[in-house]
Design a protein around this ligand. Structure first.
Ligand code: T46
Length: 142
């Protein structure tokens, strides 16, 4: 996986005088069924979340309120994306290291995950992640 496989997904928007509504349907707007929903909120602006990668999990991150940056790293390249629209999601495939920082006041990061929570799915050590990525690349090349 490369940071360039991370995609911005524009979600439907129903705009009317009462306000706006967006929605996400699993296997329609995103390429998986949604197995878990969680959200980050009340995050102090100086704090970083994430700092890990997933062996199998795929996720869509949405700034449903406020803004934050997502720093993506595939072990080779790094790319930062700012999320600041409630109708734009960032699809992060497996094996991408992510750090989420620069949270604005009142920011809420909604996450639609492809799998239930499983601590065994995490790489929380960068060196371990980096070694695994290099191994996968070597296998793919042979
Ligand atoms: C990610 C970013 C965006 C659970 O018990 N269930 C859950 O579904 C989650 C996500 C976490 N937890 C527990 C595990 C830890 O004891 O909540 C605690 C904090 O989790 P973590 O340090 O992983 O939180 P973040 O904000 O650093 O990372 C989370 C997700 O884990 C991660 O997949 O991409 O949000």
């Amino acid at each position: 996986m490369s940071v360039w496989d991370c995609q911005l997904v524009e979600l439907p928007r129903i705009i009317d005088p009462r306000g706006s509504l967006s929605f996400v349907e699993g296997s329609r707007h995103i390429p998986y069924d949604i197995r878990r929903v969680y959200y980050l909120y009340d995050v102090p602006s100086a704090v970083e979340r994430g700092g890990h990668a997933h062996r199998n999990l795929v996720q869509l991150l949405i700034a449903v309120a406020g803004s934050f940056d997502v720093v993506l790293d595939d072990g080779d390249s790094e790319h930062t994306i700012t999320l600041n629209r409630p109708y734009i999601g960032l699809l992060i495939p497996r094996m991408i290291w992510r750090v989420i920082n620069n949270f604005s006041s009142g920011a809420v990061c909604l996450v639609l995950a492809s799998l239930p929570y499983d601590e065994a799915d995490y790489y929380r050590d960068y060196t371990e992640f980096f070694t695994a990525v290099k191994l996968e690349h070597e296998k793919a090349m042979s």
